[in-house]
Design a protein around this ligand. Structure first.
Ligand code: ADP
Ligand code: MG
Ligand code: ZN
Length: 618
């Protein structure tokens, strides 16, 4: 069987995505391979297809039990024999799985890294032909990565122990050079094929807002996306509880996740979300690692996260199926303070010596700043993200809130001079709030204590609203007219450029959103429950069909005890609505309908389509 045939027969897809073929060929030729692709790009197929075509079995190393379970379920649904070995199995189940594996029952075995060096497993490995070891989430070997796992270091030792060295594949979504080099060195890849695909996720729509009432904004968003599965990230457990309660009281189907819940409750809630029994998941950043749910249609950040790495990782959990999805970030000034507090009281840092700790803190503050700028920039958000990760970003993407907002260029020289003037007058001894309160002429105890009423700029910008002044100050920092120190005091200081401004040799222009102008996309209220369906401009009939297919999927998934997106992805359902297949042959042309899936579910979906269209078109 060739790789295209395997892609169609098992996974039901017609074409490979960027990078997949290269990686698959490389592994099949027996070369070590490192694939760096963003979340949702389709890394799993890159080792699963070679695994099918090679003699012997493939071991997949994966850090999380939930990830393994999910992928093994998906493989079995596609008609591929696979199993997992980890601590979620009882001893009896574990030995049974190992015995079946020795008998050659499985083509692919997922195994937790801490199992590799156990006696039973080594015994098994010695007597089995292992042709490939695929290391998923390979950044876990690196201390530079976000989720270093010491047990990943056992992989090399295990491979050394094997009588014949299998081909090694490593896959990750983390692109930084340190992590990439670590993966190659620590896993000892031999002259590997290294392939990095772009980090852009064109199907994600990015937007930022700083609303007066974040809850109301969020609620409105959810109401205009009925039935769509979404994650809401909050900074603290307390906020998770509050937001979840409130949504619940407002009648939404919602569950929650944070480190303060028992293991049992976390697992139950996670399953409720994955199985589409709860539409919304409200969570801290503890949620999501290892969640492969492909039909998450939106991710809302109810607070600003601590850095762009976290943001892109969390937001990236939307739209893994490649269909349109929304990433909305709501922020307020308090988020910066909360994050700052986390940085200053970071528990993970306790083992560090004081010098390293300082360096880490400084780096974290710098990252937080860049996150803040993302919230304030008026330029294309996608470009901002791509540039942050060291890629080229176009100036206009047409699919973010800034690209779709009408801006006007405003002269803010007067405001800028007052702000910079105050900084000069107090010789850079104060933070943002004190500076802004001075130019607005606030009468607070602090202002009086510092004697700031004496400043020539005191009250100079009394007429300008605080949020606007804050925007201008941020703009001055972004443009290098001012800078904010990286220590815990965050003092505002002058730069070379500010001296020109103060000398009156410079005017400052900035882009500001036109009053009352709302992004075109948010104005159109959606009828269909799915962002995907809305993006395609479905007719009423197609929208209804989509809803019926989605209901059928839920019903079948419940019977099979698998998450609905494992039966068929949202993408497959939308494609069905476009193709409107009437026969097996037509159904098999739908993306995501492979042979095995057709046998299992094809008739039921055909019947549903005939029923829906039969009553409506005639
Ligand atoms: P990653 O591990 O890179 O985050 P996954 O392997 O989980 O991504 O794949 C994400 C989704 O993309 C899955 O639903 C998968 O079935 C789908 N997918 C992968 N390759 C293709 C392809 N060639 N055509 C269509 N869909 C694909
Ligand atoms: Mg993956
Ligand atoms: Zn854009």
């Amino acid at each position: 069987m060739d790789i295209h045939h395997a892609l169609k027969q098992y996974f039901g897809y017609d074409a490979f995505r960027e990078g997949q073929e290269t990686l698959i060929h490389s592994l099949l030729e027996g070369r070590d391979t490192l694939g760096i692709m963003p979340t949702g790009a389709g890394k799993s197929l890159c080792f699963q297809i070679p695994a099918l075509l090679m003699e012997g079995i493939t071991l997949v190393i994966s850090p999380l039990i939930s990830l393994m379970k999910d992928q093994v379920k998906a493989l079995n649904e596609a008609g591929i024999h696979a199993a997992f070995l980890n601590s979620s199995l009882t001893a009896a189940q574990y030995y049974k799985a190992l015995r079946l594996a020795s008998q050659g029952q499985y083509k692919i075995i997922y195994v937790a890294p801490e199992r590799l060096l156990t006696e039973e497993f080594q015994e098994f490995a010695l007597h089995t032909e292992i042709s490939m070891v695929a290391v998923d989430e390979a950044h876990c070997v690196s201390q530079w990565g976000q989720d270093f796992r010491p047990s990943y270091l056992k992989i090399v030792e295990f491979i050394r122990f094997l009588p014949k060295r299998p081909v090694l594949g490593a896959f990750t979504a983390t692109a930084t050079k340190e992590v990439r080099d670590d993966i190659i060195d620590i896993l000892m890849l031999r002259e590997p094929t290294v392939l990095t695909t772009g980090f852009d996720r064109p199907n994600l729509y990015f937007s930022t807002q700083s609303p007066k009432d974040p809850y109301a904004t969020m609620k409105h968003f959810i109401e205009t996306h009925p039935g769509d599965s979404g994650i809401i990230y909050c900074l603290t457990r307390k906020t998770v509880e509050e937001v979840c309660d409130r949504l619940h009281r407002d009648g939404f189907s919602v569950t929650r996740y944070h480190a303060g819940l028992s293991d049992r409750e976390r697992r139950l809630n996670q399953d409720e979300f994955i199985y589409d029994q709860a539409q919304l998941m409200v969570a801290t950043n503890a949620f999501g690692m290892g969640i492969d749910k492909s039909n998450v249609r939106f991710v809302i950040h109810y607070n600003m996260p601590k850095n762009m790495e976290s943001y892109y990782q969390e937001a990236g959990r939307a739209g893994r199926d490649g269909e349109p999805a929304d990433c909305l970030l709501l922020y307020r000034g308090q988020d910066v303070v909360t994050n700052q507090f986390f940085i200053d009281h970071n528990q993970d840092n306790e083992e560090l010596d004081p010098v390293t700790r300082r360096i880490v803190m400084e780096r974290d503050r710098e990252r937080l700043k860049k996150m803040t700028y993302y919230c304030f920039t008026n330029d294309c958000l996608r470009s901002y993200i791509l540039r942050y990760f060291g890629e080229y970003g176009p100036n206009y993407c047409g699919n973010c809130s800034n690209c779709l907002t009408q801006f006007e260029t405003v002269d803010v020289t007067g405001e800028a001079q007052a702000i910079a003037g105050t900084v000069a007058w107090c010789r850079g001894r104060y933070g943002t709030n004190v500076i802004l309160e001075t130019v607005r002429g606030a009468n607070t105890a602090k202002i009086r204590r510092y004697g700031l009423e004496e400043s020539p700029f005191y009250g100079k910008q009394m007429q300008t609203p605080m949020p606007k002044l804050r925007q201008i100050l941020n703009h001055l920092v972004l443009e290098g007219y001012l800078f904010v120190t990286n220590d815990e005091y965050a003092l505002v200081k002058l730069t070379e450029k500010s001296r020109e401004l103060l000398a009156g040799e410079q005017t400052v222009q900035m882009k500001m959103a036109k009053e009352l102008e709302r992004p075109a996309r948010e104005k159109t209220k959606r009828r269909a429950g799915s962002a995907a369906a809305a993006g395609l401009g479905f007719t009423k009939i197609e929208e209804d069909l989509f809803m019926s297919l989605r209901n059928l999927r839920t019903e079948l998934a419940r019977k099979e005890h698998v998450p609905p997106y494992i039966v068929f992805s949202d993408k497959t359902l939308t494609h069905m609505c476009v193709v409107k297949p009437q026969t097996q042959e037509e159904m098999m042309t739908v993306s995501g309908v492979g042979e095995h899936k057709y046998k299992k579910y094809g008739e039921a979906f055909l019947a549903c389509i005939r029923r829906e269209l039969g009553t409506k078109t005639v």
